[in-house]
Design a protein. Structure first.
Length: 346
């Protein structure tokens, strides 16, 4: 009957362990082992006393009972040893999980025996090493990010510097209009497009009337102020598709892409009228000035070589400008009223 009870207890323990009720596998193992030893001891004693030595009597049975009691008394020792070993391992497993989640630098203080403490020391050393390596890595990442931002700032400064240099390269230093080199390049490109697609292109040559008198009377500083302001006057009246450049001295040029003669004459007349009404503000005071304009148009029908056509176009615009001056200045040539009698360049 006693053996059956022991077997029943072992089955219950095994069932609890299998279902996860006893989470400490090491403790459960020791309990099962101890109960197994008790069962084996009782079974051997029972066999020996009842079969081998039935004549031993009460004394032999007392010895068997004493053996069983020794095994039973050994159970607390088994449980204590199991807990001494399993608990530190469970703590180490929990700390390892924390480290895996990124909580580096966690250390153990198990207070266990020398072997477990040696393992804990190694574990703590590993944890601190991971923390140090992570800190070094974070510093390197921060340094790289700072270097990246510095390089980005330098690239931005370089881009801005290149943009300024490019603007300087194509801009007239005094007036802020496009310089002659850039404007001539643009005329060549626009003329090539017009020839290729049979589209019109016009240019307007502009000269400030009596500009030499301004320099002689008021000095070159006032003359420079007039040149700067005439660019503002002309820029306020041209279209967004037009280009304004300084051709040289007090002469300026406007490129009017996709524009025929009549439209260009209307544009030139608007420029003339705006300039004649503009109060030019200088250090000397307000000045009243006028401009003379000459217009030349390519009608999109010529098959001439672009370079020779460009020379002809510029020469015609220049000639028309001098014609406007000869006719009394402050005018556009050819005059808008004469447009039907004018033959555009072809």
């Amino acid at each position: 009957m006693f053996i059956q009870n022991i077997v029943f207890i072992m089955n219950k323990l095994f069932d609890l362990f299998w279902r996860g009720k006893i989470k400490n596998s090491l403790l459960a193992g020791f309990l099962l082992l101890a109960l197994a030893l008790v069962s084996v001891t009782i079974a051997v004693s029972h066999h020996y006393l009842n079969i081998v030595m039935p004549e031993a009597g009460a004394a032999a049975r007392n010895i068997a009972v004493a053996a069983v009691l020794v095994v039973i008394l050994f159970l607390p020792v088994v449980i204590l040893v199991a807990r001494k070993i399993s608990h530190p391992l469970e703590v180490m497993a929990e700390v390892a999980d924390e480290i895996a989640r990124g909580n580096y630098g966690i250390t153990l203080d198990l207070g266990a025996n020398r072997e477990i403490n040696t393992l804990a020391v190694s574990f703590n050393r590993m944890s601190m090493k991971l923390k140090e390596q992570r800190e070094v890595l974070l510093k390197q990442i921060a340094l790289l990010e700072a270097q990246k931002q510095e390089i980005a700032a330098q690239n931005e400064e370089l881009s801005e510097a290149n943009a300024r240099l490019e603007l300087i390269a194509i801009t007239d230093q005094l007036t802020g209009a496009y310089n002659r080199r850039y404007i001539m390049r643009e005329i060549e490109q626009e003329l090539a497009i017009s020839i290729r697609h049979g589209l019109p292109l016009s240019i307007i040559m502009i000269d400030i009337d009596h500009f030499k008198n301004v320099n002689d009377t008021h000095g070159h500083q006032v003359g420079d102020e007039v040149l700067k302001e005439i660019v503002q006057v002309l820029s306020s009246s041209i279209r967004t598709s037009d280009l304004l450049g300084r051709y040289g001295g007090e002469e300026f040029i406007v490129i009017a892409p996709l524009t025929g003669l009549q439209e260009t004459l209307i544009l030139a007349e608007r420029l003339r009228e705006t300039a004649s009404k503009w109060p030019f503000e200088t250090t000397y005071g307000f000045l009243k000035l006028t401009i003379s304009l000459g217009v030349a148009t390519y009608d999109g029908k010529s098959e001439a070589y672009p370079s020779s056509l460009l020379d002809q176009l510029l020469a015609q615009a220049d000639a028309e400008m001098y014609k406007a001056k000869a006719l009394g200045r402050n005018r556009v040539s050819p005059e808008l009223a004469e447009k039907d009698a004018v033959t555009s360049l072809s």
